[in-house]
Write a protein that binds this ligand. Structure first.
Ligand SMILES: [Zn+2]
Length: 115
């Protein structure tokens, strides 16, 4: 087997979850020929679609049969790649329908509604 990182030869070095592990002779990294955890099969589109339907993180994780940590990590990655469509510029007047804020602690939340 060739190393995925440096393309040198690897030797067999132990077992994990009924799959053979290999270790590179030069960079000493452990790797397998096939991935065991199949989270890469979930596409971003599936996660976006389930989020749009109103599924929470835990229900998305149940439907896709992955851990909620994986779903949270993927949602954060998707969100970090989003770009704002129209930039908010300074010195302009904007109408705000709802504004949530809190003073002191979070149990005393104030809701300011503007008509
Ligand atoms: Zn290597």
């Amino acid at each position: 087997m060739q190393c995925h990182y440096c393309q040198n030869t690897c030797i067999k070095k132990g077992w994990s979850k009924n799959t053979q592990k290999h270790q590179c002779k030069t960079c000493f990294k452990y790797q397998r020929e096939q991935w065991v955890y199949q989270s890469y099969r979930v596409t971003d589109r599936q996660i976006i679609q389930l989020t749009k339907e109103g599924c929470g993180i835990r229900s998305t994780a149940r439907i896709l049969e992955f851990s909620s940590t994986t779903i949270i990590r993927r949602i954060l990655r998707i969100a970090s790649n989003l770009k704002r469509k129209t930039p908010i510029s300074f010195g302009q007047t904007y109408q705000v329908d709802e504004l949530f804020t809190y003073i002191g602690n979070k149990t005393t939340a104030f809701v300011l509604l503007t008509p």
